[in-house]
Design a protein around this ligand. Structure first.
Ligand code: 5GP
Length: 175
């Protein structure tokens, strides 16, 4: 159990289960990308631990780059759009695997994928550690999903509450 500020979080997914599932995802990626050299596009900050552990089990040659998204107010018609920041690597003609911590409404990844697709990659796949099917508002094609979870607020293993709690080996859930 962890208390951060006013909130208490209880155990949800243990480190061993996370690591076992990540090894399975890596094996799947190794098979499906045999003969290719994908570029892993890691969404900061939340996906840093997932990406690191996944990458350790990849045996195919791969490159890794990192990006952030910033929210800004668009026009009334576009609403809130997430802008991709810090992508220095060219992604044209590359096989991209976007690595995310959690898909909730799906809006963040939708915006990111649109901006990446505009640069003409050869292919684009998504690997997310967690997915909340009940929360999705923007349907996405998710190729690699660690765990489907219920619509509750989770913390740890990269995921934060107000900037805190990212550095736990387990995933916890709001009590
Ligand atoms: P989406 O655009 O899919 O609604 O939101 C994705 C982002 O919201 C994630 O990358 C993550 O930063 C944040 N998020 C969504 N659900 C949770 C959650 O249960 N816990 C935490 N800590 N962050 C979440």
């Amino acid at each position: 159990m962890i208390t951060i500020k006013d909130k208490t979080f209880v155990p949800f997914i243990a480190s061993e289960a996370i690591q076992t599932r990540i090894r399975e995802l890596a094996e799947q990626i190794n098979k499906e990308y045999a003969g290719k050299q994908p570029l892993l596009v890691v969404i900061l900050n939340g996906a840093f631990l997932f990406a690191a552990d996944l990458a350790k089990h990849l045996t195919i040659p791969c490159e890794i780059t990192f990006l952030r998204v910033s929210s800004y107010k668009g026009t009334a018609s576009t609403g809130q759009l997430k802008e991709v920041l810090g992508l220095t690597e060219p992604v044209t003609d590359r096989d991209l695997i976007v690595i995310e911590d959690i898909v909730d409404t799906g809006k963040t990844l939708y915006d990111i994928c649109n901006q990446l697709q505009a640069q003409g990659p050869s292919s684009l796949a998504i690997a997310t550690l967690l997915y909340k099917p009940e929360a999705i508002q923007q349907p996405l094609d998710l190729q690699y999903v660690g765990f489907e979870i219920e619509n509750r607020f989770v913390l740890g293993y990269g995921l934060d509450y107000d900037g805190l709690g990212r550095n736990t080996p387990d995933i916890l859930v709001l009590e």
